[in-house]
Design a protein around this ligand. Structure first.
Ligand SMILES: [Zn+2]
Length: 212
C-alpha cells in the first residue's frame, strides 16, 4: 500500500458488488471483473474490518431496461432521482447472478450490506440510494464501529465504487480507492470522468502493488 495508507485498526475495506452478474459471463459483465477476486482476497486479509456489499434488486426494478417498454439496455430515462441508465436485468434477489463470485473468500467480513432493494430507485452508492439522500445505513454502521478511514475496492470502478467514494468523502470519512482492485464498465468515458471527479474531490486513488 502506498505511503500514508498503512492499514490501521480503525480502517475498513468495503468490497463493492463482487457478484457473478458483474463478472464475465454475467448479465451485466464488467470487462475483466473477475480479475479483482484474488486481489481483493489478499487485500481483505490485511484488514481487521471488512464489509461486503451486494446489488440486490427485486424483479421489475426501475433500473432494468426490461421494465420500460420500448427501451433497451444502456438507454437512459428521466427518473425521479435524476437521469437513470437502463441496465440489463441483473443481480435479481436470490438469483445465481446476485451471488458473490464463488472464489471471493473473505470469511471475516462482519457485514453484508444489500442495496438497490427499493423497486423504484437505483442505488449505485453503498451509502445512499441514487437520490443521494436515502441512507443504506452504512454510515451509521461505520460510525458506531469507530471506523474512520474507508478503503474501497470492487465493481464497477466508474459506477458503484465511484458513488460510494464520493458519498464517503461527503460524510467526512478519509477515502482511498484501491484502483487496481477495481474494474470499470467505461460507458461513454465514465472511467476518465470518475478519475477526474475523484481527483477534484481529493479522494486518493491508490494501488495495492506498493505493498510488500
Ligand atoms: Zn444494479
Amino acid at each position: 500500500m502506498n505511503e500514508g495508507a498503512t492499514i490501521a485498526g480503525s480502517d475498513v475495506l468495503v468490497v463493492v458488488d463482487v457478484q457473478n452478474d458483474f463478472c464475465p459471463g454475467g448479465a451485466l459483465s464488467v470487462p475483466r471483473g473477475n480479475e479483482v477476486v484474488p486481489i481483493i482476497n489478499r487485500l481483505a486479509a490485511r484488514f481487521r474490518h471488512v464489509v461486503l456489499t451486494q446489488d440486490w434488486h427485486p424483479r421489475g426494478h426501475l433500473s432494468f431496461a426490461s421494465s420500460h417498454s420500448g427501451k433497451k439496455p444502456y438507454d437512459s430515462i428521466a427518473a425521479d432521482s435524476g437521469p437513470q441508465i437502463l441496465w440489463p436485468d441483473h443481480c435479481v434477489q436470490d438469483s445465481p447472478g446476485a451471488q458473490f463470485h464463488p472464489a471471493l473468500h473473505v470469511p471475516h467480513a462482519a457485514l453484508v450490506l444489500r442495496k438497490g432493494t427499493d423497486p423504484t430507485i437505483d442505488s449505485y452508492s453503498t451509502f445512499y440510494e441514487n437520490d443521494r439522500s436515502t441512507p443504506t445505513g452504512l454510515v451509521g454502521y461505520l460510525r458506531e464501529r469507530g471506523l474512520s478511514r474507508v478503503f474501497l475496492a470492487g465493481l464497477a470502478f466508474d459506477f458503484c465504487v465511484r458513488y460510494s467514494a464520493e458519498d464517503a468523502q461527503r460524510e467526512g470519512f478519509a477515502v482511498f480507492v484501491v484502483e487496481d482492485a477495481c474494474r470499470g464498465i467505461d460507458l461513454d468515458g465514465s472511467v476518465a470522468a470518475t478519475r477526474a471527479s475523484l481527483a477534484t474531490l481529493g479522494v486518493a486513488c491508490i494501488s495495492t502493488l506498493a505493498a510488500a
